[in-house]
Design a protein around this ligand. Sequence first.
Ligand code: FES
Ligand SMILES: [Fe+2]
Length: 364
Amino acid sequence: MLLKNCWYVAAWSKDVGRQLLERTIANEMLMMYRTEDGRAIVLENRCPHRNLPLSRGALIGDRVQCGYHGMEFDPHGRCVHAPGEDDTTLQWACVRSYPAEERYGWLFVWMGNPVLADPKAIPDFHRHMVDLEWYSVTGQAFAKCGYRLVLDNLLDLSHTAYVHTSFSGNPEVAELAKVNAEVVDGMVRVTRLMRDIPPAPAFVKYGGYNGNINRWQVGRYSAPSFIYIVNGSTPAEQSLDSIDTTSSNGRWGWEVYHAVTPETDTTSHQFWAVSLPRKFLHESMHQEFDHQAVVVIDEDLAIYEAQQACINSDQNPLASDVSDVNAKGALKFDDGLLKVRGIIRRLYAQEQRVSTEQRKAEAH
Ligand code: FES
Ligand SMILES: [Fe+2]
């Protein structure tokens, strides 16, 4: 269930340069590079002549030269040179070019109908990951699982109690959280509030707590696959006025930003950043915190990759959609992720309806 009429993060901007970078997104092979004046270009990674991926070729100025028979394409995907041919305006000799925009240190690509590509549709993702007042750890992971399993993970943070026991988890996070999930303006917000619970290891080590705390996790999802989570805390004796701002509202906490980009139905790219106000983390702890952030990502990866392997092995013909989770039931905590799956299903059905109508119109 891969959406096309939407923006996905294709790469960290810093990774797109004067080399041809190949990446598959939503089952389509892409190639990225920068022009000499620094513009990010995304083209179909397939030569229209004999199907060699163009990323096997070379960048000559702003043109891509195919590594097989030397056809050259400009940043719009138009053929501007065909060796031995007088006519370079060959009708068939073009590659698809994809709308691209850069925000927050990421390169976004629009995979669907280019006419619909509105930069204003790029989610207003929080910018702390590029704010110098905040300390950020960033990374990228490749997950051998469908992107919805990654979203599920991020929308039900009760798992921290069992998966991230060396950092943010203790049993109270699952047992004592008051959870609320709601849809607001097409986005899903999941709020988890835990009052007067013992601090998990990260809150002791980096937050300096030695007594009970109030703790909150607020996750926000926007389509197709962006998640922003605030983790905050106060000492248990302090009253909680508002939890719906940044983690700096409390005494200690952090924020996470995830962009989950499907590669195929059962593989995904995960771009992430963990940020917190610099005053929340002494410089001497940066290295350890960086390491811990990667450990947390790896712990989650191990879970959803194992889920996908389990789904792949399912012999039940009624549960044969390997891109879905095929669950037998739901827990209360699944409310948020089920709302998100509902939004994705609706958007997907809408896209399918439009493309069927287009096909019918073209046939007449
Ligand atoms: S395969 Fe690219 S020019 Fe022939
Ligand atoms: Fe996790």
